[in-house]
Design a protein around this ligand. Structure first.
Ligand code: NAD
Ligand code: TDX
Length: 354
């Protein structure tokens, strides 16, 4: 039995998935340091629950800043680093790939270099306990046709600047394991959704636009398929992988919830019509607009998560139906979280490569 790490440094812990991980670990009584640059995508309001908890501390710093990361390691002395900090939005990567190359590739390289030096300096028992968990995406595998699933051994074929930068970071992590023996585990997951999701992504954008009666942009014909994973199910998977995953291996995480985008949008419309009907807006489906497709738009993602279930016993708690209902209700109940984010992004169309 592996003992869960007690001191966990989480990069990107003020973001969507990172904050779910931090909240989970702090609730479990672990000591957590959130290391985050607070870009447009990071906000401390996502960490309000843990803000005053003795088990949590926060450091505003860049993963490309090796000096800052070295100091954080020396002071906090983690036995686990969970690396989630990244530029994460495909549309932004189309308009401006530079930040993705810098944060996702150079930033991961910087963490690996500093973590290796820190790990080598630990005493033997601490060195034996230590792990670096790299969190990545199924988008590194490229696109699927109508059949098949992404497995851990599916060849990498990234198609967007975002997925190419994540693929590069995965390769670096793998190389630091094989070349230097750094104890790493890796995971690649499908599309997450749930509370605290920045409203540039399909699900939160659709919820907020539908509430306001604004148009609901669906790229192309809405037939692209994503495999939706509730964010707290992802956090539980990451906890297992970080603690009990085999060193040097990767694990796919997916919710087994394939949906066409148009069906996701229609489902959200139906829930909002039911829980917050508005005679002035009318049926929300009438707000759907088919708009110019995303350049290089991957047709279908779908995950085979059987290795994670077989080896580590993970099962998701939510179906898409239960998770999307919870998510819509969370946005209805928490305007205090998303209203201030309008100043960072007004939900205008981006990523057309014009
Ligand atoms: P997010 O955009 O919501 O959050 C990213 C966080 O990283 C933010 O808090 C941001 O401030 C921080 N950050 C960005 N650049 C930084 C830098 N240079 N230094 C320090 N902090 C920085 O992202 P997310 O959706 O929570 O994704 C987390 C991780 O999971 C990413 O690595 C992403 O590639 C991966 N992932 C996400 C999804 C998804 O559906 N959201 C799916 C698969 C994999
Ligand atoms: O307005 C929209 N209309 C639309 O049809 C937006 C924002 C998206 N879409 C489509 C594009 C995709 O097929 O919806 C699908 C989901 O789009 P996003 O929410 O932008 O997610 P995606 O591009 O699939 O990537 C997400 O999952 C994998 C995360 O942003 C990545 O960080 C993660 O790696």
């Amino acid at each position: 039995m592996n003992i869960p790490a007690q001191r966990v440094l989480v990069t990107g812990g003020a973001g969507f998935i990172g904050s779910a991980v931090v909240r989970r670990l702090v609730r479990q009584g672990r000591q957590v340091l959130t290391y985050d640059k607070l870009t447009y995508a990071g906000t401390l309001t996502s960490l309000a629950e843990v803000h005053n908890q003795p088990g949590h501390s926060f450091l505003e710093a860049d993963i490309c800043d090796g000096t800052a990361f070295r100091a954080a390691l020396a002071e906090f002395r983690p036995d686990l680093v969970m690396h989630l900090a990244a530029e994460s939005h495909v549309d932004r990567s189309i308009d401006g790939p530079g930040d993705f190359i810098r944060t996702n590739i150079v930033g991961t390289y910087t963490l690996l270099e500093e973590t290796l030096a820190y790990w080598r300096g630990l005493d033997a028992p601490a060195r034996g306990r230590f792990r670096f968990h790299h969190i990545s995406t199924d988008e590194v595998f490229g696109t699927l046709g109508a059949e098949g699933l992404f497995r851990e051994d599916t060849p990498y074929q990234p198609n967007s600047p975002y997925s190419a930068s994540k693929a590069s970071s995965d390769h670096l992590v793998r190389a630091w394991f094989h070349t230097y023996g750094l104890p790493v585990v890796m995971s690649n997951c499908s599309n997450n959704y749930g509370p605290y999701h920045f409203p540039e992504k399909l699900i939160p954008l659709t919820i907020l636009n539908a509430l306001e009666g604004a148009p609901l942009p669906v790229y192309g014909k809405g037939e692209n398929v994503r495999d939706w994973l509730y964010v707290d199910d992802h956090a539980s998977a990451l906890d297992l992988i970080a603690t009990r995953g085999k060193l040097g291996e990767s694990y796919n995480v997916g919710g087994n919830n394939e949906r066409r985008n148009i069906d996701v949008v229609r489902t959200i419309c139906a829930i909002i019509d039911r829980v917050k009907p508005d005679a002035n807006i009318g049926p929300r489906e009438n707000l759907i607009r088919f708009v110019t497709d995303r350049p290089g738009h991957d047709a279908r993602y779908a995950i085979d998560a059987s290795k994670l279930t077989r080896e580590l016993g993970w099962v998701p708690a939510e179906t898409f139906e239960s998770g999307i209902e919870k998510t819509v209700r969370w946005y209805l109940d928490n305007p205090g979280w998303w209203e201030p984010l309008k100043a960072r992004y007004a939900r205008q169309r981006i990523g057309l490569a014009t």
